[in-house]
Design a binder for this molecule. Structure first.
Ligand SMILES: C[S@@+](CC[C@H](N)C(=O)[O-])C[C@H]1O[C@@H](n2cnc3c(N)ncnc32)[C@H](O)[C@@H]1O
Length: 277
């Protein structure tokens, strides 16, 4: 989702692409962002009570939730496993409705039934745990959901790709997360298909599962921009994961120029916690 839209001329200048290509991309991206927002607004309008966001990261979606969807006084708990990332979230988002929880999703520091909605955006493919069992990593997040509450995940999916790592530079890029997790002896869930998200919600015991697939346009200048951002991030990655990072990034850089710039679609999948008794 794009926060503030640049003009085609600004976009073209920033990413070194023709203005006509930038204009076509921005028009399509704005239409799709609007569809995504309508979907989220429909689901969130009916949520009355605290919200838990899983894997808040740099807080792009946390800001969106607070600015667009949450009502005055509605509490938002943003869960993030990394202390440094969580600290930055606290420092950069000054909103009295927000509480940042530094914790792994296996142990959510909230009582049973505390939340009306548990939501995660573009985070689960990046979720790490010792055994890579994503359902086990999320079971405690269902405990904190009240009966009848909504569990909504949305993420990039590989539907439409026979071999995502060969057919999409973005698909290849996402494998970096899996390789970095292996450097710390952990497993990252990685990219999956829509049906895997359905199966996940069924395993978590949720009812009335529904989905919406949102295509994303291929972004002009994506590969050059990605290479530049990875170069900037390299020293930080080495600090977190050690010298093994160089082999991961160098093998990515050796392959990525030959790959098509095809964006992965987003799938929004949601269900409700059963009301028993
Ligand atoms: C791709 S980022 C999320 C992006 C964010 N949702 C956004 O829209 O900007 C995924 C985040 O999930 C966190 N994470 C990974 N595994 C986790 C776990 N088991 N429990 C909690 N957070 C986790 C990572 O540290 C990372 O910050």
């Amino acid at each position: 989702m794009m926060d503030e839209s640049p003009t085609p001329e600004q976009f073209a200048g920033q990413y070194g692409v023709p203005v006509a290509e930038a204009r076509e991309y921005l028009t399509l991206a704005a239409e799709l962002d609007e569809r995504e927002r309508r979907c989220l607004a429909d689901i969130l309008a009916a949520v009355d009570g605290p919200v838990v966001e899983l894997g808040a990261g740099a807080g792009e979606f946390t800001r969106e939730l607070l600015a667009r969807y949450l009502k005055p006084g509605q509490r938002l708990y943003a869960l993030e496993r990394l202390e440094t990332v969580a600290r930055k979230l606290r420092e950069t988002i000054g909103d009295g409705r927000l509480e940042v929880l530094v914790s792994d999703s296996r142990r959510v520091p909230l009582p049973d039934g505390a939340a009306a909605l548990v939501i995660s955006r573009v985070a689960l493919h990046d979720f790490v745990s010792d055994d890579g069992d994503i359902a086990a990593a999320l079971r405690d997040c269902v405990r904190v959901l009240m009966p009848g509450g909504v569990f909504l995940v949305y993420d990039k999916v590989t539907d439409g790709f026979a071999d995502v790592e060969r057919e999409s530079a973005e698909g290849r890029m996402e494998r970096i997360n899996v390789q970095l997790a292996a450097l710390e002896g952990k497993r990252c869930w990685g990219l999956h298909r829509l049906r895997h998200y359905h199966e996940l919600l069924l395993r978590l015991g949720l009812d009335g599962i529904r989905h919406e697939v949102l295509p994303r346009p291929d972004r002009p200048g994506y590969v050059a921009d990605l290479k530049r951002r990875l170069d900037q991030a390299r020293p930080g990655y080495v600090k977190s994961w050690g010298e093994g990072v160089h082999a991961v990034l160098d093998s990515f850089l050796a392959e990525v120029d030959g790959l098509p710039n095809r964006a992965l679609p987003l799938a929004m999948v949601w269900g409700r916690k059963q009301v028993r008794g």
